[in-house]
Design a protein around this ligand. Structure first.
Ligand code: 4LM
Length: 407
């Protein structure tokens, strides 16, 4: 596939073949099945002797363009679209693991990924251990003779730990392991794990890739050899297929990805600096801050720190809940990567699938609040945070708790 020199061009044109009669936008093939010219050629398509669409669960021209664009952006040979980020997470893992295998996962992954690894995979005979991937000795010690996969997010949802991909890949190669990275928080605009030697990269395309909060989708990228079973076994037989209409919406959303990631990162950086200076804030987790342990990887591995940050307020669960309830511009919602600023409370929302003990071990405290900073004007975003902190300080113990009526 032809690559563009700049990703800002690739997000607009990557993988686009202008079809007759020359529509500028990608045509939407909203069709479940495709008609064969004759029986022999239908058979030839099934046998892989002739290219062309068969049935949308196997492939669709609109979805194919999204896949081509993602492969180009990640520097992969191929990409496979899924009907959700969890479809991509489970699809990538199931393509690499069989009964009797073991994987090592980074601590503090997205709650449903953690649930898939610790609750679903054991039902199919796959065991796992969770370790801090920043501690390479601990990571090496967790590797067993039957370990097949190292699985991580970087930055990690929700506490934004950043892991050194070069160091992890060096270890994985020495041990003959496959590395899988969930690149949702960064997008290929800010980080390209395959360029660091990672084997498979995946996304919840629900987030920044689509960017408009109206689609659930996922995508897995890697070598042609690795993607063939992801497409023609995992997606075909498990069926977590992306709707062509949703692929079309993501292709439209992708066109502004470069602009959006710049604005998200600038806004989040300003929010992080603001929050770090507030006496009510005990800690800000954002790799863009020099105080963040992973800051050294900015520039080398990440082009910018992205739009998500986490903060911990002095106090516990109730303080976090009060702060969230005081915000007005930020919407209280899970997800991230949308134009709208979103706030959520990981302990009771995205990371509620964890046991309290696993959450504590993963560094997700009850007072942690996650902000997915949107594309609004930074002065309005900061004003909202200021008024919420001021309202919390004023109200003190009398501030309303979760579930109480808000004006
Ligand atoms: C959230 N996240 O954090 P679908 N990988 C990562 C994620 O953050 C998510 C998924 C995969 C949130 C959703 C509620 C790093 C999701 C799963 O939701 O299946 O597209 O992605 O707020």
């Amino acid at each position: 596939m032809a690559a563009f020199k700049h990703q800002g061009t690739c997000v607009i044109h990557g993988g686009h073949h202008r079809a007759e009669p020359g529509s500028l936008a990608t045509p939407l093939y909203q069709s479940a099945t495709f008609v064969f010219p004759d029986c022999e050629r239908g058979g030839a398509r099934f046998a892989g002797e002739e290219s062309g669409p068969i049935y949308t669960r196997l492939g669709n021209p609109t979805t194919d363009e999204f896949e081509r664009r993602m492969a180009l952006l990640e520097g992969a040979e191929d990409a496979v679209a899924f009907g959700s980020g969890m479809g991509a997470v489970s699809g990538a893992l199931l393509s690499q693991l069989s009964a009797g295998d073991h994987l090592v996962a980074a601590i503090g992954l997205y709650g449903c990924t953690h649930a898939f690894i610790t609750e679903q995979l054991p039902r199919f005979g796959v065991e796992s251990d969770s370790v801090d991937f920043a501690d390479l000795d601990a990571l090496e010690a967790a590797i067993r003779p039957n370990t097949k996969v190292l699985y991580l997010e970087t930055p990690v949802n929700p506490h934004l730990a950043v892991y050194d991909l070069d160091a992890i890949v060096t270890l994985a190669r020495r041990k003959g392991l496959v590395t899988i990275v969930d690149n949702t928080f960064m997008t290929p605009l800010l980080q390209q794990p395959l360029r660091h030697g990672v084997d498979i990269v995946l996304h919840s395309a629900t987030k920044y890739l689509n960017g408009h909060g109206d689609v659930i989708a996922g995508v897995v990228c890697g070598s042609a050899e690795q993607m063939a079973p992801v497409r023609m076994a995992i997606r075909k037989d498990f069926g977590a297929v992306l709707s062509p209409h949703d692929a079309w919406l993501i292709l439209r959303g992708l066109k502004t990805l470069a602009l959006r990631m710049e604005r998200h990162s600038d806004n989040a950086m300003a929010v992080a600096h603001f929050l770090e200076a507030q006496p009510q804030v005990a800690r800000v987790h954002y790799p863009g801050l020099p105080s963040h342990p992973g800051h050294r990887l900015l520039g080398r591995q990440m082009r910018a720190a992205g739009g998500v940050l986490a903060l911990e307020l002095h106090g516990g669960f109730d303080t976090a809940v009060r702060f969230v309830n005081q915000l007005r511009l930020f919407s209280i919602a899970v997800s991230l990567g949308d134009a709208e600023s979103l706030v959520q409370h990981p302990a009771s929302m995205t990371h509620s699938p964890y046991t309290p003990e696993d959450r504590a071990a993963a560094g997700i405290s009850d007072s942690m609040v996650r902000l997915a900073v949107g594309l609004e004007h930074i002065e309005d975003i900061l004003a909202d945070l200021k008024q919420a902190l001021a309202a919390c300080a004023e109200a003190g113990e009398t501030a309303p708790l979760a579930g109480e009526e808000q004006q």
